[in-house]
Design a protein around this ligand. Structure first.
Ligand code: PLP
Ligand code: COI
Length: 342
């Protein structure tokens, strides 16, 4: 059933699907994309042989639309999402959906559903989910002959229940992606592989799983569906994992830029051993959905490591959160090109 914006309690939103009136869809046939357009049908039909259904030939993205104090709506670095989808398309032998068309389609869907962009001050946002999938008649393990690009949107609140209240994470033995696999690409297989790890973490009352690198099982990779940030105890350096099997998070690269250019910190993409957590005074998970979510503690085997405080967000994490969200909601001047008005 289509949601009614008048009845939504914006402050109570979690990270859930809500059916909104409009979505965008375009089709690639005979080597070219059609113009695409808005549609009201939330369901998709496709041939039973579609490679997305059997072989997971598909990629997705995640970005948000933010309501500013003046009531305007803006996007945060949508060009970065469009480019990352192009990289995923290259990895899975799919056609590019052009960057300019991607941004234009995002704007069309947001405008069509603008009553569902949450009010400024509620902390909620309109989450935007583009997907690119291989469809059509097929049975062999080979790329599709046809593709569908779709964007739908849904209003969301915090991804991890705590929001800015720290939560705990569990290091698991499962790998989400192989060393030279598809971990760098936002493709469904990585997330299917993460479901059991996530379930294990939730069953033990942790917010999500932490993955170690698939080669040595020693270095931190990802925090569920978010990258890992850690601040050294002297508060001078922000470190984040370097690995070919993690997703290049737009929130992470934005955080590194802000830490360096605004907060005057040193930044490093490096190996972070699960045995060296004592080096850090604060840690966080970062992503479009996760924003900057402080990590209270990490369980690794029998050892439970607490960072700043189990209940309170640390001061540097808080400062970075305020800076990033200040930019996203239009309260703080953004670096050139980061904000796109809708
Ligand atoms: N890591 C994984 C596995 C993710 O799914 C996401 C979400 O997009 C991120 C990290 C964070 O990336 P971004 O900041 O671009 O949303
Ligand atoms: C995002 O942060 O946009 C994500 O895609 C995370 C997750 C919900 C898969």
């Amino acid at each position: 059933m289509i949601a009614d914006p008048k009845t939504i309690d914006w402050q109570a939103l979690g990270f859930n699907y809500m059916q909104l009136p409009y979505r965008f869809e375009a089709h690639w046939r005979d080597g070219a994309w059609d113009k695409g357009g808005l549609t009201q049908d939330p369901n998709m039909t496709m041939n039973e042989g579609s490679p997305i259904l059997h072989y997971g030939q598909g990629a997705f993205e995640g970005l948000k639309a933010y309501r500013t104090k003046t009531g305007a709506i803006q996007l945060f670095r949508p060009d970065q999402n469009a480019q990352r989808m192009e990289h995923a398309a290259d990895r899975l032998l799919m056609p590019h959906y052009p960057v300019a068309d991607f941004i234009d389609a995002v704007k069309q869907v947001v405008i069509a559903n603008q009553d569902f962009v949450p009010p400024y001050g509620t902390g909620a946002t309109l989450y935007i989910r583009p997907i690119l999938i291989g469809v059509g008649e097929n049975i062999g393990v080979e790329p599709a002959q046809e593709y569908t690009f779709r964007i739908f949107v849904t209003p969301v609140g915090p991804y991890f229940k705590g929001g800015l209240t720290p939560t705990n994470f569990l290091v698991v033995d499962y790998d989400r992606a192989a060393h030279n696999g598809t971990g760098q690409s936002k493709v469904g297989g990585n997330y299917a592989a993460s479901l059991l790890a996530g379930k294990t973490a939730h069953e033990h009352h942790f917010s999500d799983a932490i993955y170690l690198d698939p080669r040595h099982h020693k270095y931190i990779e990802e925090v569920g569906s978010a990258n890992f940030l850690a601040f050294t105890k002297d508060g001078k350096t922000l470190k984040t994992p370097k690995s070919p099997s993690i997703l290049p998070s737009i929130t992470k690269y934005s955080s590194l830029y802000l830490a360096e250019h605004v907060l005057g910190m040193k930044t490093e993409e490096t190996h972070i051993s699960i045995d060296d957590l004592d080096e850090f005074g604060e840690a966080a998970a970062c992503g479009t959905a996760a924003v900057i979510s402080p990590i209270a503690g990490i369980q690794y085997g029998d050892h439970y490591h607490v960072f700043y405080d189990e209940k309170k967000v640390g001061p540097i994490t808080h400062k970075l959160y305020d800076l990033l969200t200040g930019i996203q909601f239009g309260d703080v001047q953004a670096p050139k090109g980061w904000i796109v008005p809708v």
